[in-house]
Design a binder for this molecule. Structure first.
Ligand SMILES: Nc1ncnc2c1ncn2[C@@H]1O[C@H](COP(=O)(O)OP(=O)(O)OP(=O)(O)O)[C@@H](O)[C@H]1O
Length: 238
C-alpha cells in the first residue's frame, strides 16, 4: 500500500479544511504500522483514504498495482470487501449473528465459499475456538474485538486497517488484541495499518508514522512506548 502525495480537503472556500497535505508514505506487505498524532491531525482521514472509504482530493492511493483513487464507487465497494479487512473501535458486530456467522459474513456478502479449515485456524488464532456459537452480547469487549479481527482476516485481505482498535478496551484485553495483530503480521504475513492514541499500542508496530496538521512529522522504527510518548509530547497536545 502506498500513498503518493495524497491531499484531502473537506468543504470548500474559506471553510475548507485540509485534513491531509501531500502525504507520501508506504506500508509494505507483511509490516505493522501505527499512525499517531494530535487530535484532528488527519489520522482517520489517512486510514480512510488508504482503505478506499474516502477519496483523496488529489494524489494517488495504490494497493499493490491497483490505483484506488480512480475507481468508481461500486468498484471501491467491491475492492474494500475483497481486499481490505476492517477493525473499528466499536467492533461493529451484528448482535443477532453468532461468532461464526459474524466472522464468515464478508464471505457470504461476496458470495464466496467458506474454507472450513481456514475458518477453524482463524478462530483458534484469535482464541475463540470454544465460543463459535455464542452471540456478541455474550462476550467481553476484548473477545468481541477478537471476533472483529477474525472477520477482517477471513477474506485473506491485502491489508487490515484498524482505527483505534483498543480504544474501548481495558489494559489486559488491549494487550491480547495487540498481540493478536502482531501475530497476524508475523505468522500470517498480513499487513496492518493502525491508528492509535496509545504509545503502548503503537509500540507493538514495526514503525510509527507521526502526523501533524495533515503532514508527516516523522517516523520511528522499532518504537518503545517511551520513545513514542516523548515524540508525541514534542508534537503538542494529544
Ligand atoms: N467529514 C468531514 N467534514 C469536514 N471536516 C472533516 C471531516 N472529517 C474530518 N474533518 C476534519 O479534518 C481534520 C482531520 O480529521 P481526522 O478525523 O482525520 O483527525 P484525527 O487525527 O483522526 O482526529 P482524532 O484523533 O480526534 O480522531 C479535522 O480538522 C477534522 O475536523
Amino acid at each position: 500500500m502506498r500513498l503518493e502525495s495524497v491531499s484531502k480537503e473537506y468543504g470548500s472556500g474559506k471553510k475548507a479544511v485540509r485534513a491531509l497535505d501531500a502525504v507520501t508514505a508506504g506500508f509494505p506487505r507483511g509490516t505493522f504500522t501505527a499512525v499517531m498524532g494530535p487530535s484532528g491531525c488527519g489520522k482517520s482521514t489517512l486510514l480512510n483514504c488508504a482503505a478506499g472509504l474516502d477519496r483523496p482530493t488529489s494524489g494517488r492511493v495504490m494497493l499493490g498495482d491497483t490505483e484506488l483513487s480512480s475507481r468508481s464507487e461500486s468498484e471501491l465497494t467491491e475492492l474494500r470487501r475483497d481486499r481490505i479487512g476492517f477493525v473499528f473501535q466499536a467492533y461493529n458486530l451484528l448482535g443477532a449473528l453468532t461468532v461464526e456467522e459474524n466472522v464468515t459474513l464478508p464471505l457470504r456478502l461476496a458470495d464466496r465459499k467458506t474454507d472450513q479449515a481456514f475458518l477453524r485456524a482463524v478462530l483458534t488464532a484469535v482464541g475463540l475456538g470454544e465460543h463459535v456459537k455464542r452471540r456478541p452480547g455474550e462476550l467481553s469487549g476484548g473477545q468481541q474485538q477478537r471476533v472483529a479481527v477474525a472477520r477482517a482476516l477471513i477474506t485473506h485481505p491485502d491489508m487490515v486497517v484498524a482505527d483505534e482498535p483498543t480504544g474501548a478496551l481495558d489494559t489486559r484485553s488491549s494487550k491480547q488484541v495487540l498481540e493478536l495483530l502482531r501475530h497476524v503480521v508475523d505468522d500470517m504475513g498480513q499487513t496492518v495499518l493502525m491508528v492509535t492514541h496509545d504509545p503502548v499500542a503503537a509500540s507493538y508496530a514495526d514503525s510509527v508514522v507521526f502526523l501533524t496538521d495533515g503532514r508527516i512529522a516523522g517516523e520511528l522504527t522499532r518504537p518503545t512506548p517511551e520513545q513514542v510518548a516523548s515524540r508525541m509530547t514534542h508534537l503538542g497536545e494529544w
